[in-house]
Design a protein around this ligand. Structure first.
Ligand code: FAD
Length: 353
């Protein structure tokens, strides 16, 4: 049997909840379908020591300020999970957990949402599936002959799992720096390989500043002024306390990227070699958009072209939270509120015509 609703929101992480908050305020009938069996989106799967790069109040969704975490300026992932679980309950958002959306396809005037728990018919769909489900690992020569363990950021939990191992962490972004710092501070035998020398943001720059800079960039682009390059001009790595501690203790030195893996380790262009038991790929993510394939909207780099949050060529579909291409700072806790509001308004308008 097919269930009917005005809007299906695919994904119940922060982006899906922010969309739900605004749809509810506009009186739109909607359902959120979320593959995870518990609230919290990707935050419930991150490593133990992960810290937000902004204080709690600057990591809030619309309507409810994130309370401070006692004793912590920068909250941990567990605190975000608690906040999102409370948010879902507080606003009585209709989230069905443990439902995997397999396909969204056009069905006359409506969209058909196919899941592992039956089908839905909706007038509009918000896709808010994040990136955590699509880890990216680059095609490095020798990757298939390395006999040790290889894992991606998504599978890393704590340094104790790597005690007595030789570990190579690959990647010079925030995940790479935080995981390398976590291992280094725990005394694990670490090699950190980055494509270019790590670029730390100044110690007094955190997510608050990044959000302001991203907003200013969007404004400049909207007004046809010169591209400021936004946060990319400031650096790549937010110096959260553990990263700063490891860097200042001199245990966070990076090597250039190796040229290939061997059966037992990695080799660099100058001929040097490091033996390794484990490679941790902190090499990013891609948007999880496989369920939208039947709509045939994906362009170069796997993105779907959008006008704001609305998919170009499919006015019944909005995308939220994947990155700046779906709204300024849309892939952050504080930044998703505004694009979520815009998406909900456009959807309400579409449904009323
Ligand atoms: P997610 O949290 O990934 O939620 C997506 C939801 O969709 C999940 O619950 C998943 O189960 C569900 N889903 C996926 N596919 C399907 C499907 N086919 N059917 C049904 N459900 C599906 N942002 C900040 O503001 N501050 C930070 O400090 C910060 N730190 C970050 C650190 C890391 C390591 C990473 C990776 C990101 C960080 N971000 C940070 C960015 C961003 O806030 C997070 O990535 C956040 O999880 C994005 O929320 P989301 O709701 O868009 O996606």
């Amino acid at each position: 049997m097919t269930q009917r609703t005005d809007v299906v929101v695919v994904g119940g992480g922060q982006s899906g909840l922010a969309a739900g908050y605004h749809l509810r305020r506009l009186g739109v009938d909607f359902t959120v379908l979320d593959a995870d069996t518990a609230p919290g989106g990707a935050w419930q799967h991150t490593w133990d020591s992960l810290r937000l790069f902004s204080p709690a109040a600057y990591s809030s969704l619309p309507g409810r300020i994130m309370p401070a975490q006692p004793g912590e300026t920068y909250p941990d992932g567990g605190h975000v999970v608690d906040y999102l679980a409370d948010y879902e309950k507080r606003y009585n958002l209709p989230v069905q957990h443990g439902v995997q959306v397999q396909a969204v396809r056009s069905d006359g005037a409506r969209l058909r949402v196919e899941t592992d728990a039956g089908d839905w018919s909706a007038g509009a769909v918000v896709s808010a599936t994040g990136t955590w489900a699509r880890p990216f690992v680059p095609a490095v020569p020798g990757r298939d002959i390395f006999t040790g363990r290889q894992l991606h950021t998504v599978a890393y939990r704590r340094p104790q799992d790597f005690a007595d191992q030789r570990v190579i962490v690959v990647g010079g972004g925030n995940s790479g720096a935080q995981i390398a710092a976590d291992l280094a501070l725990a005394g694990v035998d670490l090699t950190w390989a980055t494509q270019r020398p790590p670029r730390y943001l100044a110690d007094d720059i955190d997510g608050r500043v990044l959000f302001d800079v991203a907003t200013a960039r969007r404004r400049a682009l909207d007004e046809g002024r010169t591209d400021t390059r936004g946060v990319a001009s400031l650096g790549d790595i937010v110096a959260v306390p553990p990263v700063r501690a490891a860097r200042d203790a001199g245990v966070l030195a990076a090597l250039p990227m190796f040229t290939r893996l061997t059966a037992t380790g990695a080799t660099w262009a100058d001929g040097s070699h490091a033996e390794a038991d484990t490679i941790i790929w902190c090499t990013g993510f891609r948007p999880a958009l496989a369920h939208l394939a039947p709509l045939g909207l994906r362009g170069p780099r796997g993105h779907i072209q959008t006008e704001g949050t609305q998919a170009a060529g499919e006015s019944r579909l909005h995308l939220l939270g994947y990155g700046d291409w779906t709204g300024p700072a849309s892939a952050t806790l504080i930044g998703v509120g505004r694009p979520a509001r815009d998406a909900a308004r456009q959807i309400a308008q579409l449904l009323s015509t």
